[in-house]
Every structure is written in C-alpha cells, then in structure tokens.
Write a protein that binds this ligand. Sequence first.
Ligand code: CMP
Length: 144
Amino acid sequence: MIQKSFVMMKPDAVARRLMGKILSRFEEKGLQIIGVKLMQIDEELAKTHYGEHADKPFFDDLVKYITSSPSLAMVIKGEDAISTIRKMVGATNPLEADLGTIRGDYAMDTGRNIIHASDSPESAEREISLFFDEDEICEYSIVD
Ligand code: CMP
C-alpha cells in the first residue's frame, strides 16, 4: 500500500551536516520526498509532537534537545513507506541498531539518535498535519 510517513532529522543530524547523506538513502531506496522543511521547532510543537512521552523521565531533555537548533521535517511517500523507513532508521538505541541502518551508522546515544520516523499510519497522519500545511506537500511523478 502506498503510504506517507513523517520523518524528521533531529538537530544533531542537521548540525553534523548529515542531511544530504540521509536524504540520499531514502531517494536511493526508491522512496519519494514530497515535503521538506528546515525549521526551528519551538517548545510548544516539541511537547505536542512528543506528547505520548510527557510522563517519561527523559521528556524534558528530549524537548530541550529537539528545540536546541534546527531540524529537517519531511514527508516521504512510497510503498509501505512507514515500515520501510522504520527499518532503514533502525532501533531507538543506536547501540542496538543494526549497522547499515541510519542510527546504526551515524549515532551512539539514544538521546541523540539523529532521526525520527512515524511508527504507524495513525501517527503518520497526526505528525504530518502537525508539521505541514497541505500546500507544503507536493505530489509529482517520478521517473524510474
Ligand atoms: P524518537 O523515535 O524520536 O521517539 C521518541 C524519542 O525519545 C526517541 O526517538 C529518543 O530520542 C527519545 N528517547 C527514547 N527513550 C529514551 C531514553 N531512554 N533516554 C533518552 N531519550 C529517549
């Protein structure tokens, strides 16, 4: 099934100049980037996005980290995009993420794990509408 996922390169990915490499992985896989926005996430948006973790001990640090410098928000489309991207991203703890995954290759620390990707169709829909207006998403044909 063709799906859309919300994917976000976190502040460390942007600051470490990994944006191009990570974007290339998704394009080379055959997924389609249909929305991209470099943005400074404010505290309110960070708290809404990560609302399900509000009672976790790491919540304050997570909000501080996500708002510390710009992130790259994306909408990525393709066949089974949500599970395909989760596989490409790897486990939450980068030390448990397989080599060859984005976190496995580029990160060392759960609190600085480079990238976020929606974990279900419901969260994809919620997260896409939280970060993007409809007119910021561009549908176009791809040439294989
Ligand atoms: P993400 O996939 O964006 O979703 C929730 C985030 O919370 C997760 O990536 C991590 O960045 C963060 N997180 C999850 N568990 C921990 C933890 N034990 N310590 C610090 N941060 C965590």
